[in-house]
Design a protein around this ligand. Structure first.
Ligand SMILES: *Cc1c(COP(=O)(O)O)cnc(C)c1O
Length: 361
């Protein structure tokens, strides 16, 4: 049997009846844009992450732009962001008018360190986008202790926990999520959310997602048309009670990989005290693309997602950082995502691990 890199459909099959009932409820009342289905999911999701407020938006990229705008980020400001991340983490910054300033990551955790952020601070720094890459948890508290607000990019880390047990989404001044189908909590299309415990920031983000208007007749800000669809909200709400169980499935698979692959490839290291719900399970190897080819021959999915770091992508190359980013370069060169998911079974983990051991013998 082939083992895909991820499988968004299988976990949902077990709750298909509940998801269909949620779709029927939206069809029955016809509230397709904002309204009770979106509000119901926003309340449940805020409670899940442990934040005071959740604001549903169209996708995880606009969630970052709107969260930064809510913080007052604009022209003349700098925003620190890691270069080893999905392109959207940085792409979301220029639409605010601010400039992305790239910082390094620790190649063993794949996330930013307080030292790397400190090295990238300028007098114009207004915010830091701290990415919880692959589900690992960035040290948000230590970064905010430097005196700069953090927007958590939690797109890959719904359900991950920091030291002390708090969930991603409740660690920074604001946080953003993507509900793209392959994420830990996935819609049947695009979706996103912003979470915060600051009522004023929540109100501004809510206003920005609806054309900068509170009441639909007065437009206070130049905003966005960026709303989470009611259908997607209903689908997400139906799935939310499963999220912790799904995250546990990811953790179990991660522990089993770690037992079987210790000393064979570089293993992802959870940050101090954290308990990641691995959105992607990413190992390191000297020749990751050759390893991916060997796995493909066994019909096992594997992929290096971010071989070219963001600061060397054509659209943002003009913003290249003044200093080298050695952790970023190493992570970009060596990383390889191998199959991970809520429903990944022991036999599948064992088959993937055996194929990797065989290729690296
Ligand atoms: C998926 C993702 C995003 C963007 O989310 P979309 O919903 O696809 O716009 C942003 N940052 C990271 C780290 C992601 O993985």
């Amino acid at each position: 049997m082939p083992i895909p890199l991820f499988d968004a459909a299988t976990p949902v099959r077990a709750i298909e009846a509940r998801v269909r009932a949620a779709l029927d409820a939206v069809l029955a009342d016809g509230a397709y844009v904002l309204g009770p289905h979106v509000e119901g999911f926003e309340r449940a999701f805020a409670q899940y992450v442990g934040a005071g407020h959740a604001i549903g938006v169209a996708n995880g990229t606009e969630a970052i732009t709107i969260a930064l705008r809510a913080l007052g980020v604009g022209p003349g400001d700098d925003v620190v962001v890691p270069s080893f991340t999905f392109y959207a983490s940085a792409e979301a910054i220029p639409p605010t008018g601010a400039r992305p300033v790239f910082c390094d990551v620790d190649p063993e955790t794949f996330v930013v360190t307080p030292e790397a952020v400190r090295a990238a601070l300028t007098p114009a720094t207004k915010a830091v986008v701290a990415v919880h890459l692959f589900g690992n948890v960035a040290p948000v508290g230590e970064i905010e202790a430097l005196g700069v607000p953090v927007v958590e990019d939690a797109a890959q880390a719904a359900g991950s926990r920091a030291a002390g047990g708090a969930r991603t989404g409740a660690l920074g001044t604001l946080a953003t999520f993507s509900f793209y189908p392959s994420k830990n909590l996935g819609a049947f299309g695009d979706g996103g959310a912003i979470t915060t415990s600051d009522a004023a920031l929540a109100e501004t983000a809510r206003t920005l997602r609806f054309h900068g208007s509170r009441d639909g007749s007065t437009y206070e800000l130049v905003g966005y048309n960026s709303r989470l669809d009611a259908l997607q909200a209903a689908i997400l709400h139906a799935q939310l009670p499963e999220l912790d169980r799904w995250c546990e499935g990811r953790r179990v698979a991660g522990r089993r990989y770690a037992q079987r692959l210790e000393g064979v490839v570089g293993l992802p290291r959870p940050t101090a005290g954290s308990d990641p719900a691995w959105g992607l399970y990413v190992v390191r190897d000297r020749e990751p693309d050759a390893l991916a080819d060997a796995l493909a021959a066994e019909r096992i999915g594997a992929r290096g997602y971010y071989r070219t770091p963001v600061h060397r992508q054509p659209a943002l190359a003009g913003l290249a950082p003044p200093a080298e980013l050695p952790g970023t370069e190493e992570a970009a060169r060596t990383h390889l995502a191998i199959p991970m998911g809520a429903a990944l079974g022991d036999e599948e983990v064992d088959a993937v691990a055996a194929a990797i051991r065989a290729a690296r013998r």
